[in-house]
Design a protein around this ligand. Structure first.
Ligand code: COA
Ligand code: ZN
Length: 320
């Protein structure tokens, strides 16, 4: 086979693949008023593993005072059954969190700092600079032991500061790469992004990070979530965070609402002929059980409407 044909085949494969990282038990549960019992969290993560996810963000090693809903992160990590081929990720804000995540044997740590100084102070109690200094210290101690992703939160806008200059986002990504991280996430923390903005920023960040290492994290706060996914996909991005049922939100951002909904994203991908490797029927069943876990209705739409091909029986013909 000629090199061009091989390249074309590789290109086709890339074109058709969309990777979903499930974040419901982290981003989703962190904002819930009612504590989801630890055994229920473990059961859900095991079921998500069985549904085929290659990446699951399990929990956060943050201050239990800041996020009581995830105070059981260590117990959750030790209780889950690890499926070979799945990367189990922990969100980490500072060196103490990294220490705890390593002790819990997380496969990957996700370091988070906001582009917005005001949001980082509200969320992490420090400036973005102080967060990144902490990440540098973490990189010194964890190098080689665990994979590291770094997230630029509020990359598409901040509820306190408004839109953030793209150059500022790029500068943060470059600092992460200089620290030697394995992956980078651009997060739209409060759903302020629009598809053209997404296409522009992805086009600038992708050459630095590469499609295997870049993740997009969208919230559907203003209804643009899946449109933003499509814009990012067409610009070359392939990895997306999503939460079952569309749960999610930052407890330290006013007006925060859910992530893009996993089963809605997977349904859209399948209808477009993109492969996710996920069992959509299993996801819908799990999503339909979420109201029992969180005590309220959840925003996801496909779990309510059914898959496009779940046909209804035709009504009887009226007598002429
Ligand atoms: N895990 C557990 N406990 C932690 C911790 C961590 N990663 N980091 C700090 N702590 C503890 C300290 O030991 C200290 O405990 P003490 O009061 O019993 O002595 C207490 O928290 C305060 O420590 P300090 O370093 O002063 O932190 P802080 O109060 O300024 O909080 C963060 C800083 C980053 C720990 C906190 O803001 C936080 O956890 N933020 C995460 C928010 C979040 O998860 N947002 C959503 C996801 S983006
Ligand atoms: Zn989020």
């Amino acid at each position: 086979m000629s090199r061009i044909v091989v390249q074309d085949k590789l290109q086709d494969k890339l074109q058709d693949k969309l990777i979903v990282q499930e974040v419901a038990t982290r981003d989703g549960f962190q904002i819930e008023a009612a504590f989801v019992p630890t055994p229920e969290k473990i059961r859900l993560i095991d079921a998500l593993s069985a549904a085929g996810f290659s990446r699951i963000e399990v929990s956060s090693f943050v201050s239990p005072k800041a996020v009581p809903a995830l105070a059981d992160a260590a117990e959750v990590f030790s209780g889950i059954t690890r499926r070979p081929g799945t990367t189990y990720v922990a969100l980490v804000p500072n060196p103490k969190g990294a220490e705890r995540a390593l002790a819990a044997k997380a496969d990957e740590i996700n370091l988070v700092a906001s582009v917005s100084e005001t949001h980082n102070r509200a969320n992490m109690g420090m400036t973005p600079e102080a967060s990144i200094q902490g990440f540098a210290a973490i990189m010194q101690t964890v190098r080689g032991e665990v994979s590291v992703n770094a997230t630029a939160a509020t990359a598409f806008g901040c509820p306190f500061e408004g839109s953030e200059p793209e150059d500022k986002v790029l500068a943060q990504v470059e600092r992460y790469l200089a620290l030697g991280v394995d992956g980078v996430t651009l997060a739209d923390t409060t759903g302020m992004a629009n598809p053209r903005q997404v296409a522009r920023l992805v086009a600038r960040v992708l050459p630095l990070v590469g499609h295997e290492r870049l993740t997009l994290h969208f919230h559907n706060t203003r209804g643009c979530g899946l449109a933003n996914v499509l814009a990012a996909f067409e610009a070359g991005a392939r990895r997306f965070d999503a939460a079952l049922g569309g749960l999610g939100g930052c407890p330290f951002a006013p007006g925060a609402t859910g992530n893009i909904c996993t089963e809605d994203l997977v349904s859209m991908a399948e209808e477009m002929g993109l492969s996710t490797g996920l069992d959509l029927d299993a996801l819908i069943a799990l999503s339909r059980d979420l109201p029992r876990l969180v005590g309220h209705d959840v925003p996801g739409q496909v779990a309510k409407a059914g898959r496009p091909l779940d046909l209804h029986p035709a009504p009887p013909l009226k007598a002429a």
